[in-house]
Design a protein around this ligand. Structure first.
Ligand SMILES: [Zn+2]
Length: 371
């Protein structure tokens, strides 16, 4: 299995990991310098080498020198240094093994090193079975199983989801197209930082990439009474398979037209739909909002932005607007025409819906968009 289709040098992962033990600083410095800061400050948050941000990424402190895996809160878990290199450099599994193996002069099962040295006698050694890990196959299977357990938001059992939405003034959940990618799950698994598992009802959204492929699932954990679950991370993204990319993804809750409405959160999307009767695509977070790639048929995009005190939402919306104009797509930012209350981090369109109802959407911002 280690010999690739061309018959090229291809060491085994286990041999590469044994050789890499204690040498990850050199490996990153040689093959992916963007991982060096995270490795130097292992255990502490640094900007993600792939999506940026402030401190969402870290290399696990305890294993920084041995297996050297890491995690980005947005991009997901990378089980070891090989997975990190594949992700940062967009390498295949084989290519990553070849690069690290060549750097450390690891022999492949045929006794070859990358510079072509082939000994006359090949001694194959016994190998222990590989440890199971969060591989792509496992992820794909886990996501498929999760999705199998979901029902539309209109299903009788989805009452916690409807209670949650209704408590926020949202009444738009019964459009059949919505149920393709936004659904309810009665028993979502949650794993806390200590590895303890618990089950919660919740709303799930599938993120689809510009090629139409499902990339990952975002989970909103709720209680049976329809409250936000009291968890450290009440919204959590499923890890992303190494062969998929998150930037450009969206939750396409309607058939795309010439004018497309987008926003960050699902609650904002359904608030605009409740008030205005128009479907809005949630892009899940400000990073995905900023990197959104609209379908080919789209000529204009309305961005229903969050108004944050720290301006993260506005900045992402402006960055998207600028990029869309450069692509020849018209774009307009719709910002809530409401002051940020004292002690609040910001206001969004759900606050507008709850404070002012549909009338809150008939302010000058919306008027301008409709003209
Ligand atoms: Zn990231």
């Amino acid at each position: 299995m280690s010999k690739d289709s061309e018959g090229n040098y291809a060491p085994e992962k286990q041999d590469v990991l044994v050789a890499a033990d204690g040498r990850w600083h050199d490996i990153y410095a040689s093959l992916a310098s963007s991982l060096v800061p995270a490795h130097k400050k292992a255990g502490r948050g640094v900007p993600c080498p792939v999506h940026g941000g402030e401190d969402g990424f870290k290399i696990f402190r305890k294993t920084a020198g041995s297996s050297s895996g890491g995690i980005c809160r947005t991009c997901g878990v990378k089980a070891d240094g090989i997975a990190l290199l594949m992700w940062v450099n967009r390498w295949s599994f084989h290519h990553a093994l070849q690069e690290v193996g060549a750097l450390l002069r690891v022999k492949d099962p045929y006794g070859r090193t990358a510079d072509g040295f082939i000994p006359s006698v090949v001694i194959r050694k016994e190998r222990a079975p590989a440890k199971p890990e969060a591989s792509d196959d496992w992820l794909r299977e886990a996501m498929r199983n999760l999705w199998k357990g979901t029902v539309p938001l209109t299903d009788p059992s989805a009452e916690p989801a409807r209670l949650y939405l209704r408590s926020r003034g949202i009444l738009a959940w019964d459009r059949p197209e919505l149920s393709r990618y936004v659904r309810f799950h009665p028993e979502l698994t949650y794993k806390d930082k200590a590895g303890k598992r618990s089950k919660h009802p919740g709303i799930v959204c599938t993120l689809i990439d510009p090629e139409g492929q499902a990339v990952t699932i975002n989970r909103h954990y709720l209680t049976m009474k329809g409250e936000k679950a009291d968890l450290a991370e009440p919204k959590k993204m499923f890890p992303i398979p190494s062969y998929r990319k998150l930037p450009g993804c969206a939750v396409p809750t309607s058939h795309p037209g010439e004018v497309l409405d987008v926003c960050e959160g699902l609650e904002t999307a359904l608030s605009v739909e409740t008030a205005m009767g128009i479907p809005v695509w949630p892009l899940v977070n400000s990073y995905l909002l900023e990197s959104f790639v609209p379908p080919a048929c789209t000529k204009a995009v309305r961005i229903w932005a969050d108004k944050d005190r720290k301006e993260g939402g506005q900045k992402a919306a402006f960055a998207l607007k600028k990029r869309l104009w450069e692509m020849g797509i018209k774009a307009q930012i719709m910002l809530p025409d409401m002051p940020i209350p004292d002690g609040s981090k910001g206001v969004d369109w759900n606050d507008v819906l709850r404070e002012r109802g549909s009338l809150g959407f008939l302010g000058h911002e919306v008027y301008r968009a409709q003209r």
